[in-house]
Design a protein around this ligand. Structure first.
Ligand code: HEC
Ligand code: HEC
Ligand code: HEC
Ligand code: HEC
Ligand code: HEC
Ligand code: HEC
Length: 500
């Protein structure tokens, strides 16, 4: 087939070959993944992103070569006479052929790249892509996500908005992320809070809306003490999520903060929003305004004005809706409750907590360290366990190690202390960041820490000696072990954050 002379140059031929070869590979991989249904995101990244980039590079080389060749031919007019502008004369077979190839090629390419971009779009929006491709970087978030109530909610539903603007924004930051992963420039742990996170209005409220009434909820917790018999300690809390009766809506209770008629703003001194010296309450209906100051956080007024003013939304309490890392005390308690870790093994919680209190550099060293610690402990203290209860022992250790792998990620330096959960106050300051009796208005009103403000204790005690109360007369809190009533004056998290 005859083509214009300028096409016959090395650069264009190389470009055409590159384009053709990558197109063939794309078609080949595509048919494999379609026929055998083995399309993983790794293959996808080749089919839809890497190879098309090579293909486009090849295509670009073709005109580059042509232009270079034309210039060369112009310099040596003896070889052939070239006009300044090409004459498109369809009577010439070379021009006709070239045009047909060009038009047909462009149409094919446009169709293919439309399909390709569509697939690339899907691919980069998939949970697999977000959670698995940068395996090591996203492993903690992805693992915790799979344990959460939102496992079926795509990463992009919370992290990327709909619409082209968000798409471009997220892919731009995505490019930077790919760069930082390739060149090992990303922070460990990954920074949080995420300032570019979509506002809760656009994420959470798509599925849970503020006006919705959530009935009060009973939260039954089983904890176990670190003693020989792993004594069970139960507590049943009636969480006052909303008002007593649905007809009263969000007038009182925990979700009162998100009542559309109310706005709560605050300023935090630190990045993690843990230390909050200034809170402002505005009633949008009556116009009432109250400003609370915590004098214990030393910061002059002029400096407070300079830090970010944040309007409270879902994320200020539910900051770990899908990536919640449990503390060892919590996940070990869960495994004891489920029976995976048997209370028949003496001292089992003590051993688990001690083994988990060491900081290990890698998961492998943690697995070995936990095994070694437990074996040595039982060899010295209860050698009969390793002989007579070997099966229970093996199962318990498997659970302890699984718990570690699901909640502690040494390489990314992630654990429950790094991303504290603000929902509660036992292990982190959580609600007590504001509800600590210290935030005061000029009139002396405080944000209360009264134990019955947020929940009523309906039952508490050891499993065989449970004391009962009612919502009308809730029980007074009793700490499972004697700590001289210190819980009245200090925060629970002062001890529980670092218990283990
Ligand atoms: C239900 C909503 C939701 C879903 C679904 C979700 N995330 Fe998140 N993600 C959040 C919130 C909220 C934060 C913390 C934001 C903050 O504190 O500013 C977060 C934080 C993160 C962080 C920052 C580090 C950290 O732990 O704080 C990463 C990385 C992340 N998410 C990745 C993912 C990946 C990957 C997926 C899907 C496998 C996913 N997220 C799914 C809501 C979600
Ligand atoms: C695409 C829909 C969707 C989005 C977006 C979403 N959720 Fe959910 N959420 C659900 C579903 C479904 C459940 C499970 C309900 C159940 O298990 O009863 C749930 C459960 C919950 C629960 C109760 C279960 C638990 O973990 O204790 C909370 C709290 C919650 N969501 C908060 C949030 C917050 C905060 C956000 C925003 C960051 C959010 N959700 C975004 C659908 C969504
Ligand atoms: C940013 C500060 C802040 C945080 C964090 C915070 N609150 Fe509040 N909360 C307030 C303010 C301000 C009030 C109003 C105090 C008043 O005027 O009595 C309030 C009032 C309440 C009330 C009483 C509402 C009523 O009138 O019935 C409950 C219940 C409550 N909060 C629960 C919680 C819980 C649970 C958490 C943690 C998950 C929490 N709060 C975290 C600022 C905060
Ligand atoms: C002041 C803190 C606070 C804010 C703000 C807040 N929540 Fe909650 N929410 C709670 C607490 C505390 C619970 C009870 C948790 C428990 O006991 O498991 C709860 C429970 C829930 C539940 C579970 C209800 C059930 O019956 O299982 C959902 C869903 C939920 N919140 C969604 C939201 C959404 C969506 C927003 C934002 C529009 C929001 N919350 C704002 C503190 C808060
Ligand atoms: C501002 C609201 C608020 C106040 C005030 C408050 N709590 Fe809580 N409390 C919570 C929330 C929220 C949780 C977490 C529920 C969950 O884990 O879903 C919680 C959990 C608990 C638990 C269960 C802990 C666990 O995980 O086993 C106990 C016990 C408890 N509170 C006791 C108290 C005592 C005692 C006081 C008074 C000194 C108090 N609370 C004051 C909101 C509050
Ligand atoms: C002075 C330190 C201290 C303070 C303050 C404190 N605790 Fe504890 N708490 C302990 C110790 C020590 C244990 C025993 C741990 C064990 O045996 O596993 C314990 C055990 C518990 C347990 C049962 C086991 C577990 O780890 O879950 C609960 C529930 C508990 N505390 C709740 C609270 C609550 C709620 C508050 C705040 C109102 C609080 N504690 C304040 C030191 C403290």
């Amino acid at each position: 087939m005859k083509l214009p002379q300028s096409v016959r140059n090395l650069t264009s031929v190389i470009g055409a070959s590159i384009a053709l070869i990558s197109l063939l590979i794309i078609l080949f991989l595509f048919s494999i993944s379609a026929l055998f249904d083995i399309g993983s995101s790794y293959l996808g990244i080749f089919i839809y992103i890497a190879l098309p980039m090579v293909l486009v590079l090849g295509l670009i080389l073709i005109p580059v070569g042509i232009i270079k060749e034309k210039n060369r031919l112009k310099k040596y007019p003896d070889e052939v006479h070239v006009k300044d502008w090409p004459v498109i004369d369809f009577n010439q077979p070379t021009v006709r052929n070239a045009s047909i190839i060009f038009v047909a090629g462009t149409i094919c390419f446009l169709i293919l790249s439309a399909i390709g971009s569509y697939e690339a779009f899907h691919l980069t929006e998939s949970d697999e892509f977000c959670g698995k491709l940068c395996h090591q970087v996203m492993e903690p978030e992805y693992t915790a996500y799979q344990e959460s109530a939102h496992e079926r909610v795509g990463c992009v539903e919370c992290h990327v908005g709909s619409g082209a603007g968000w798409y471009v924004k997220s892919k731009m930051s995505g490019l930077y992320q790919v760069y930082s992963v390739l060149f090992d420039k990303y922070p460990r742990p990954i920074e949080t809070p995420i300032h570019s996170l979509r506002p809760a209005r656009e994420t959470c409220e798509e599925c849970h809306w503020t006006e919705k009434f959530y009935a009060r909820k009973i939260n039954t917790k089983k904890s176990y003490l670190a003693d020989e018999n792993t004594t069970e300690w139960d507590i049943h809390l009636m969480m006052k999520t909303s008002a007593t009766y649905s007809a009263q809506g969000l007038q009182e209770g925990i979700h009162w903060h998100i009542n559309p008629d109310i706005k709560i703003e605050y300023r935090a001194v630190d990045e993690g929003r843990d230390s909050i010296p200034w809170v402002r309450y505005t009633n949008l209906k009556t116009g009432e305004v109250k400003v609370y100051r915590d004098e214990a956080v030393a910061m002059p007024d002029s400096d407070i004005e300079t830090v970010e003013l944040r309007t409270m939304d879902c994320i200020d309490c539910h900051n770990r809706p899908s990536h919640n890392y449990l503390s060892p005390a919590n996940f070990i308690d869960d495994y004891i409750t489920s029976g995976e870790i048997s209370r028949e093994l003496p001292d089992i919680k003590v051993v688990a907590m001690d083994a988990l209190s060491t900081e290990y550099p890698t998961v492998d060293s943690a697995m070995n360290g936990i095994d070694a610690y437990a074996k040595e402990y039982y060899e010295i203290m209860y050698p009969e366990v390793l002989k007579e209860q070997k099966e229970l022992y093996d199962r318990a250790l498997e659970a302890i190690k699984t718990g570690y792998r699901k909640n502690i990620f040494p390489v990314m330096k992630v654990n429950w202390t790094v991303y504290p959960n603000h929902l509660g106050h036992l292990e982190t300051t959580g609600c007590y960041r504001c509800h600590n009796d210290r935030h005061e208005t000029a009139k002396g009103e405080i944000i209360s820490r009264d134990c019955n403000l947020c929940h009523d204790i309906l039952a508490q005690g050891t499993a065989d000696q449970l004391a009962f109360g009612t919502s009308a007369s809730p029980l007074e809190f009793e700490h499972p072990i004697d700590i001289n009533e210190k819980w009245r004056t200090t925060f629970c998290s002062d001890c529980h954050f670092s218990l283990y």
